[in-house]
Design a protein around this ligand. Structure first.
Ligand code: SAM
Length: 245
C-alpha cells in the first residue's frame, strides 16, 4: 500500500549563502526556522558543519540537528555514505516532519545536497521537495574582488580545480572568464609559475568571501601557504577568440 503523500514531511534544500549570515534569503530563513529538523552535511575531517556555523544564530534550541557525515572526496564507499544520509532524511520525512537540509552557497552548485536529493528520489519519491537558491561563493567572490564575471555576450565557465593544465588552457581559450573552485595549493603554484599560459596577471584569488577572514589577492605569485584555504576560489580572465564573429 502506498503512503498518503500529504503525510510526508517536505525536504527543503536551503542555500545559506557564502559565509556572511546576512546573505541568506528571507525565504531560506523562514524555511530554516520553521522546520523541526535541520540536517547538515558534516565533513569527516572537520569539527563542525560550515553551513551550520553560518546560520547558528538563527537556529532555535528546540530544533533537532541531524548531522549527515560525508566524505571529502570520491573515495570508495562514498556512495554508501550518501545512501545512509538519504536514509536519515527519509526516516524523518516518513514521520511527517519537514527537514531543512543546509548547504553553503547555493544547493545546486557543487553541493552535497545533490547526492541527498538523488538518494531521496529513490527512497521516498512521493515526498515533496522545495529547493531555495542561495548566494553562491562565485557571486560573492566577484562582489568582494570587484571583478565582474562576464558582460554582454561573454562566456563564463565554472570548473572544479581537479583537472589538468591542458584543460585549463583549453577553458581559457574558449571562455572570457573561468572560475576555479576547490583550489589546491598545487594548482596555485603551477599557475603562478606558468607564464606560458599567459594568465598570471589575469587571475584573482578570493579566500572566504563575505566573511571576516576574507582576503583578495590580485597577484597570485604572492599567495602564501597561510593564504590557502578550502573556502577559496580563483577568477581567471581568459583569452578567447572572438566568438561573436
Ligand atoms: C563544495 S563547493 C560548494 C559551493 C557552494 N555550493 C556555492 O554555491 O558556493 C566548495 C567550494 O566553494 C568555494 N567556496 C565556498 N565558500 C566560499 C567563500 N566564502 N569564498 C570563496 N570560495 C568559497 C571554494 O572553492 C570551495 O572549495
Amino acid at each position: 500500500m502506498t503512503q498518503d503523500p500529504t503525510k510526508f514531511g517536505c525536504l527543503y534544500g536551503i542555500g545559506v549563502g557564502p559565509g556572511d549570515p546576512e546573505l541568506i534569503t528571507l525565504k531560506a530563513l523562514k524555511a530554516l526556522q520553521t522546520a523541526p529538523v535541520i540536517c547538515v552535511p558534516q565533513a569527516a575531517n572537520r569539527r563542525d558543519s560550515y553551513a551550520l556555523t553560518i546560520v547558528k544564530d538563527y537556529v532555535k534550541p528546540e530544533q533537532e540537528i541531524l548531522r549527515a557525515p560525508f566524505p571529502t572526496d570520491d573515495a570508495e564507499g562514498a556512495a554508501q555514505v550518501w545512501r545512509e544520509a538519504s536514509k536519515m532524511v527519509a526516516e524523518k520525512l516518513e514521520k511527517g516532519q519537514d527537514v531543512a537540509f543546509l548547504t553553503e552557497g547555493d544547493p545546486m552548485l557543487f553541493s552535497t545536497f545533490s547526492y541527498v536529493l538523488a538518494g531521496l528520489q529513490e527512497l521516498c519519491p512521493e515526498a515533496p521537495v522545495i529547493i531555495i537558491p542561495g548566494v553562491s561563493s562565485v557571486m560573492a567572490a566577484a562582489a568582494s574582488s570587484g571583478v565582474p564575471l562576464v558582460t554582454h555576450g561573454q562566456r563564463l565557465a565554472i570548473l572544479p580545480a581537479a583537472y589538468g593544465l591542458d584543460d585549463l588552457s583549453e577553458a581559457t581559450s574558449n571562455f572570457d572568464t573561468v572560475v576555479l573552485m576547490k583550489v589546491s595549493p598545487n594548482i596555485v603554484k603551477t599557475l603562478a609559475d606558468l607564464e606560458g599560459l599567459g594568465l598570471t596577471g589575469q587571475s584573482t584569488y578570493v579566500r572566504r568571501a563575505s566573511t571576516d577572514r576574507e582576503k583578495v589577492i590580485r597577484d597570485i605569485t604572492k599567495i602564501t601557504d597561510e593564504d590557502m584555504d578550502y573556502f577559496s576560489l580563483l577568477i581567471v580572465k581568459g583569452n578567447p577568440k572572438d566568438h561573436t564573429k
